[in-house]
Design a protein around this ligand. Sequence first.
Ligand SMILES: C[S@@+](CC[C@H](N)C(=O)[O-])C[C@H]1O[C@@H](n2cnc3c(N)ncnc32)[C@H](O)[C@@H]1O
Length: 215
Amino acid sequence: MKRTAYLFVLWGFLASALAFGQASAAASRALDERVREFLASQKGQWRQENVTETDGRLLHDLILKRGYTRALEIGTSTGHSGIWQAWALSKTGGSLVTVEIEEFRHLAAVRNFKSSGLDAYIDARLGDAHTLVGTLSGPFDFIFIDADQNWTLNYFRALLPKLAPGGCFAVHNVVSLGYMKGVRDFLDHVRSLAFMETTVEPSSGGGVSLSFKKK
Ligand SMILES: C[S@@+](CC[C@H](N)C(=O)[O-])C[C@H]1O[C@@H](n2cnc3c(N)ncnc32)[C@H](O)[C@@H]1O
């Protein structure tokens, strides 16, 4: 009798786990479909210094591959790169904090995040990242800098203690904006640190540097 009750409870547990698994897989497929539709509807419409689709996909794939869950972006603009990152984070169980100084861009990004269905994964902040980064508690395992490139080294210094071991500090346009002192100083500094490993992603048109903090 005891054994029958045990098997009955076990069967109930397995049946509800299966039902839960099927429901969450269906929700994840529905979200994928919604994000794809949103991105297709916006193709060619990203005109506020947004990343290209290639670079957006690069961020998405990196987050998925490494299983990152705590992401920070400086420079939201209207949200293109934020959507690609949050899409990956929706699969890893993570979320994104993103910071933008221009109110009209921040508000447009908030609308885009909602329309894409990814708003639950994004904390969009309006403010000057120069001061805001100091108030963020971290740790982060993925940081993407796509704002005022001359400030890159300052962002790096402020955020390095908040970058988790194994985490990645990524900077957009280090090739196309490589003439800027802030970019050069950042690359020289990060490459001088033995505990950081830096590469520049060749598939990105503007060049994305990826600096990994060794574990
Ligand atoms: C290249 S755009 C970002 C594009 C965005 N990552 C995307 O792909 O959609 C740079 C953004 O950084 C913002 N920005 C510049 N300085 C900033 C600062 N100090 N704090 C926060 N945002 C800043 C600009 O207003 C601009 O919208």
